[in-house]
Ligand binder design. Structure first.
Ligand SMILES: [Mg+2]
Length: 405
């Protein structure tokens, strides 16, 4: 999944859970608490889309399988199998580049419907243990098992049991991370892939955070990362030297979260009902244009792309936003609310065409075009709900999103 700078559900203390192990800090105005009595698990399917393809076609086992959102000239890699990753292929990479790196790769188009069915099968396993399941993507979910339906006290035992259940029922492997907050559990889940089972305990937090590259902290996207690097902040140890006030002044609310994360504090709660705010895609044109036809061509492509992104998340939206950036770099947005929820590219396109008439397109040179959809319908219970809601990439603004797993 693409990293973004947006923060969602930041670190607030009001109404938070139990507070123990109060830490005294230099800054007297800031109270921080490390809550270590929660049990959070992140389950992350290993090379999910590619593994499904290898499972369903045994000829593909052991081969570099590269699943793309489309095989057209503008295709992007969704998931590369571990064999393909050895060639340097990774998700969000343009298809042409993947072909260059891995000419013998087997390139396949996503079969979203199949992945969704398996994801809902997996979610049903989670629900046998806890109702506090927050899906992040088709291949990943947070579980709060502090109190669980099976009365299992060890979160690591429980996570191992879930991994076995997933393998038994789907013949797919998952990695799991266990810790006392969402950020650390997520970090743990990525440490020993594939089939990893990793716990981060309170004792490990200090040295782990000190050595963590700044780009790995939750909420640090590319823009924030380069801002930090320009300040000479490369690792968590560097981050720790910045005061709460400095971080707050430099980054606003995310800055306050960075201050806490590096101290092992992340009070976000696993929210089964969390929904993305907006899904969109934008494109910077190769050259500024006053040609409306060219803009319409791009809107058509973007509409199809956004339809696919919504389908991956299983979402239907009702508010369409058109974004233009003119040659002079000024940006405008035009928005329209529809009567019905939809994930239909044709409706997105037609709405965007109407909105385009309320802009200076055709008169002024345009350098960037984007479409975003928001105002999502709540998912019915029967929907494959593992597609609900990324927490890292929930956005209020448009971002260039990719279908990745
Ligand atoms: Mg995965």
């Amino acid at each position: 999944m693409k990293k973004t700078d947006s923060m969602n559900g930041g670190v607030e203390f009001a109404g938070s859970t139990k507070t123990e192990n109060k830490i005294e800090l230099a800054a007297p105005t800031v109270e921080t608490f490390v809550t270590t009595d929660r049990k959070i698990i992140v389950v992350d399917m290993d090379a999910y889309f590619a593994s499904v393809e290898q499972r369903d076609n045994p000829d593909l086992k052991g081969k570099p399988v590269i699943v793309c959102e489309s095989l057209g000239s503008r295709g992007v890699v969704s998931t590369a199998s571990y064999e393909a990753r050895k060639f340097g292929v990774h998700s969000a990479m343009p298809l042409w580049k993947a072909r260059q790196l891995c000419p013998e790769g087997i390139f396949l188009e996503v079969r979203i419907d199949v992945y969704k069915i398996i994801s809902s099968q997996i979610k049903n396993i989670y629900l046998e243990y806890t109702d506090l399941v927050e899906p992040v993507a088709l291949d990943e979910a947070y579980l709060d098992v502090t109190v669980n339906k099976k009365g299992i006290s060890s979160a690591i035992d429980l996570a191992g049991e879930i991994q076995s259940r997933i393998f038994f029922e789907t013949k797919l492997t998952a990695s799991a991370g266990v810790s006392f907050n969402m950020f650390l559990a997520k970090l743990a889940s990525g440490m020993h892939k594939p089939s990893g089972l990793t716990e981060i305990t309170k004792d490990q937090v200090d040295s782990l955070m000190d050595n963590l590259p700044i780009g790995e902290f939750y909420g640090v996207g590319e823009v924030t990362e380069s801002k930090f690097r320009n300040m000479g902040v490369e690792t968590g140890a560097d981050l720790k030297k910045l005061s709460f006030d400095d971080l707050s002044r430099l980054f606003g609310k995310p800055g306050r979260s960075f201050y806490n994360l590096v101290r092992g504090i992340d009070e976000r709660v696993v929210d089964p009902n969390k929904l993305r705010k907006s899904i969109g895609k934008e494109i910077t044109l190769q050259a500024d244009t006053e040609n409306v036809e060219e803009i319409l061509d791009n809107l058509a492509t973007l509409s199809t792309d956004v339809e696919k992104l919504l389908q991956v998340e299983g979402l239907y939206g009702r508010t369409i936003t058109l974004k233009l950036k003119y040659g002079n770099f000024s940006s405008i947005t035009r928005q329209q609310a529809l009567k019905e929820f939809t994930d239909d590219a044709v409706i997105f396109f037609n709405t965007a065409v109407g909105l385009l008439k309320k802009t200076r397109a055709g008169e002024w040179p345009v350098r960037l075009v984007g479409i975003a959809v928001s105002g999502f319908a709540p998912l019915p219970e029967s929907e494959p709900a593992v597609s609900e809601s990324p927490s890292l990439s929930a956005t209020t603004n448009m971002e260039v999103a990719q279908i990745t797993a």
